[in-house]
Ligand binder design. Structure first.
Ligand SMILES: Cc1ncc(COP(=O)(O)O)c(C=O)c1O
Length: 501
């Protein structure tokens, strides 16, 4: 039986091997003496680990790759042999060689790859920008939900638009924020990811253009790639100044994208907060271009600095919800384990999204919806956000101080909210640092995961999820990883020490 499911041609692999994410530095340091075969094996392994070459992809024959790279066949043969020995390649006579990952390891993804919670203890997980539940509010909300459950138990439980009580509570929340909203304008989804997936399915078909901030949230970028849309990146303004409106106008004019996806509030990964005037202008520009604007508000409640004045939501400039579709989530404001998200849009848009849901994920769990309804209706939502803000602010300040101490040449602008620090890694490859970090016991996502076409190789994203001694240890391990990458060392390093959480 053939073991591979796709293949990578020699010219394509040669191109990927020459790209920045396969190198140690963004600007080459030079002067190292790694044997050619070893360097080739390392670069192929990195392409697999970062998801640029899929697992089970057939690699070119040794002779073809040697020609494409202008190296000897012996070098390619030795590199393939090294990859086989490390579990990154499998071969069978007659069937060729295909990529693999060592048995027992999770398969790489181009989205985000947080550590499974049960694996915590020796590896510090900076892979995921999500906090623990703000207890005792989770327990209280679930108890409240159980009390509300009996009448629903007599139904089939399938509410494709969401429970009426939750739609009402979410609509009331928008109304209280100054944007009058009816429950018919709300659809409850399975997290913000479920919302974006539903919108993409309905609005942006295969081959259609979608403009995205550059950088943007890795999982949404990957969802859109998989949906076959053509991503059009629009650079963020420097220094956390929000959007570059001139760049947006040009893309809207030249590429005429079907849809644009933005994170106006504490953008993931940069932490930028788009000022109100930019919001107004982007809505107008998208409306004029006939581009549907999707505004993801997942991070919007995580303002960390108490004196920060918040701009109005993007949908304030299109309250009817025809030009702007808003995506929201309980994941950052409350807890990601609940998997509650929503869409706010015009009732006709909501009706179409609901109709398309029957053959997607049917509906969202009733108990989780009741828990969020309880939180919104009792004031628990606001109190738990206050807890989150204090905790996240402390985490941010601890992480920033630790990174400054241990990695003085890493550069960043500290955001005033959100969960992420977008860091330029002193000219070193973020993909290499991520790989070295993995071996040193710190998981961190590399910059290119947040970019289109391999952009942001010289970056990593650090989340505000650790504090105290753990933040210090995370920065120490990252500094060790940076030293390893800068020295060009690829040898196995010791297994990570345990740390105290
Ligand atoms: C901007 C953004 N959108 C969506 C998500 C995913 O949200 P959910 O857990 O609600 O699917 C995240 C999670 O980090 C995010 O940062």
């Amino acid at each position: 039986m053939t073991q591979w499911t796709s293949s990578v041609g020699a010219p394509q692999l040669a191109r990927l091997l020459g790209s920045p994410h396969a190198r140690d530095t963004v600007t080459p340091l030079g002067g190292r003496r790694t044997p050619a075969y070893r360097s080739l094996a390392d670069r192929v392994r990195l392409l697999v680990l970062e998801g640029h070459v899929p697992v089970a992809a057939r690699l070119p024959a040794e002779r073809e790759l040697a020609t494409a790279l202008s190296v000897s066949r012996t070098t390619v043969a030795a590199a393939y042999e090294a990859l086989r020995a490390e579990g990154f390649l499998e071969s069978r006579r007659g069937a060729g060689s295909w990529t693999a990952v060592p048995a027992g390891n999770p398969l790489p993804t181009r989205g985000l790859d947080p550590l499974p919670p049960e694996a915590a203890g020796s590896v510090i997980d900076l892979g995921c920008a999500a906090l623990t539940a703000p207890e005792p509010w989770l327990t209280r909300a679930v108890q409240g939900a159980l009390e509300e459950l009996p009448p629903y138990a007599h139904t089939h439980g399938d509410y494709p638009a969401g429970l009426p009580a939750l739609r009402q509570a979410l609509a009331d929340r928008y109304t209280a924020r100054g944007i009058p909203t009816m429950p018919e304008q709300i659809m409850v989804t399975t997290g913000a990811m479920g919302a974006v997936a539903a919108i993409c399915r309905l609005m942006a078909g295969r081959g259609e253009r979608v403009a995205v901030e550059s950088p943007s949230y890795a999982n949404v970028l990957q969802l859109m790639r998989e949906a076959g849309v053509r991503l059009v990146p629009v650079a963020m303004a420097g220094g956390l100044a929000g959007w570059d409106l001139a760049a947006w106008r040009q893309v809207l004019r030249d590429a005429a994208p079907r849809m644009a996806y933005v994170i106006a509030d504490f953008q993931n990964p940069t932490g930028a907060l788009a000022p109100e005037e930019q919001r107004r202008e982007l809505v107008e520009a998208c409306r004029a271009a006939g581009t549907l604007l999707v505004a993801d508000e997942t991070m919007s409640e995580l303002a960390l600095d108490p004196d920060l004045e918040l701009p109005r939501p993007v949908c304030a400039f299109d309250p009817a919800g025809n030009a702007v579709i808003t995506v929201g989530s309980a994941s950052k404001s409350f807890w990601g384990g609940l998997r509650i998200g929503w869409v706010r849009a015009a009732p006709e848009v909501i009706r179409s999204l609901v109709a398309a849901r029957a053959y997607a994920d049917l509906c969202t769990p009733v108990l989780d919806q009741l828990a969020v309804t309880w939180l919104l209706n009792t004031g628990g939502w606001g109190e738990s956000i206050d807890i989150k803000r204090v905790q996240t602010r402390e985490n941010r300040d601890a992480l920033v101080a630790a990174v400054r101490r241990h990695l003085p040449d890493w550069e960043f602008t500290v955001p005033r909210g959100g969960l992420t620090l977008w860091v330029r890694t002193g000219g070193l490859s973020g993909s290499r640092i991520a790989e070295a970090g993995e071996r040193l016991g710190v998981r961190v996502p590399s910059g290119p995961r947040f970019g289109v076409d391999g952009a942001f190789e010289g970056y990593v994203r650090l989340p505000f999820t650790v504090n105290g001694a753990v933040a210090e240890e995370a920065a120490t391990r990252l500094a060790e990883a940076a030293r390893l990458v800068a020295s060009g060392a690829t040898a196995a390093v010791e297994m990570p020490r345990t740390y105290v959480a």
